[in-house]
Ligand binder design. Structure first.
Ligand code: SF4
Ligand code: MG
Length: 336
């Protein structure tokens, strides 16, 4: 198929002292050029691990990755480190939650933007510096020709985030993976950074994966949405579809525990009871069943014994099925 990034039947397992962690357990999704996919879930849902696997940044000594990751038709699973190294920066880049993990304190911001550009394009030092100034301007750093010689500690948190975005975009990657890019920032700066990503996507045409625990972040930013739980995708659709008529009880829980989007501030939030399951020994059947309030509506023991599959396209991995799920969510009878 024609998707720019195509992930098929991805399994990621870690060996630990306590046993094997099934961090990603049979995940498939597609990402088209110029679109943004939001991947949402609690920590430990496998969302970050998935993306480290796409980038080939997992530790091969402790991690097993199986399945297919096709980037522009090229298989990344089993690709050599040299191939991955070339693709990172050139075709795919990552921005992290904490810019200080990506920026070195010992070099100027400008040098850190210019270096990957030189490495991937063979540009001269002067040309790369000019490009660094241009990128700082694009991400909205004032006085870029002066600030290019600053060290990261001379930048504010929001400016460091912008500098990291400049570093990620300097080689014009087709795929940008942003892992909780705004979590450490205050709300106003968060909104500015998300706007900036949208603008840069328009300009560069990149496909973006936006990883977050906060549905509010993807609501205004992403085109498509993948909700992950316990290493699996449990709901998928366009952002509009999922927010208007969510079909998975876990997605309902995320929505009800989210202050920023639909709930007025004076209504008490409703956090999802319990905690995510251990991925050393995931629960049988539906991995959400220990926390789900709707197993009786499914009836019998089905939620505990039978694993619900995620249908292709729009849908949820839940035995309720779409019609019943939506009517339960709306509080009406199933046949209206
Ligand atoms: Fe809840 Fe059962 Fe649906 Fe899982 S399959 S989300 S336990 S109703
Ligand atoms: Mg994470």
């Amino acid at each position: 198929d024609g998707a720019y990034l195509s992930v098929r039947d991805l399994y990621v397992r870690f060996s630990t002292e306590d046993g094997t962690v099934k961090a990603v357990d049979g995940l498939s999704f597609d990402l088209e050029r110029g679109t943004t996919l939001g991947i949402v879930g609690e920590s430990g849902s496998g969302k970050s691990v998935t993306n480290l696997s796409v980038l080939g940044l997992h530790d091969p000594r402790t991690t097993t990755v199986q399945g297919h990751i096709l980037l522009d038709g090229q298989e990344l699973i089993g690709a050599g480190e040299r191939t991955l190294e070339r693709l990172r920066g050139n075709k795919m880049a990552m921005i992290f939650q904490d810019p200080l993990t990506a920026l070195s304190p010992y070099y100027t911001v400008g040098r850190q933007i210019a270096e990957p550009y030189r490495k991937h394009t063979g540009a001269s030092k002067r040309e790369a510096r000019r490009r660094a100034v241009e990128m700082l301007a694009k991400v909205g750093i004032p006085n870029p020709s002066l600030r290019v010689d600053d060290y990261p500690h001379q930048f504010s948190g929001g400016m460091r985030q912008r500098a990291m975005i400049a570093m990620a975009l300097v080689c014009d990657p087709d795929l940008l993976i942003a892992d909780e890019p705004t979590t450490a920032l205050d709300v106003t700066v968060q909104a500015q950074i998300l706007d900036l990503l949208g603008d840069l996507q328009q300009e560069f045409g990149s496909a973006i994966i936006l990883i977050t625990h906060d549905l509010g972040v993807v609501a205004n930013t992403a085109d498509d949405l993948l909700v992950m739980y316990a290493g699996r995708a449990v709901e998928r659709g366009t952002v509009r579809e999922v927010l208007r008529a969510p079909q998975h009880p876990y997605t309902w829980g995320l929505l009800d525990s989210m202050p920023s989007l639909i709930t007025p501030v004076d209504i008490p939030l409703n956090p999802i009871p319990g905690s995510p399951p251990s991925l050393l020994a995931p629960p049988p059947g539906c991995p959400f069943h220990p926390r789900c309030a709707h197993t009786a509506e499914v009836g019998g023991n089905r939620c505990v014994t039978e694993r619900p599959a995620l249908p292709p396209g729009r849908g949820a991995a839940c035995h309720l099925g779409p019609e019943r799920a939506v009517s339960i969510r709306r509080g009406g009878p199933a046949d209206t």
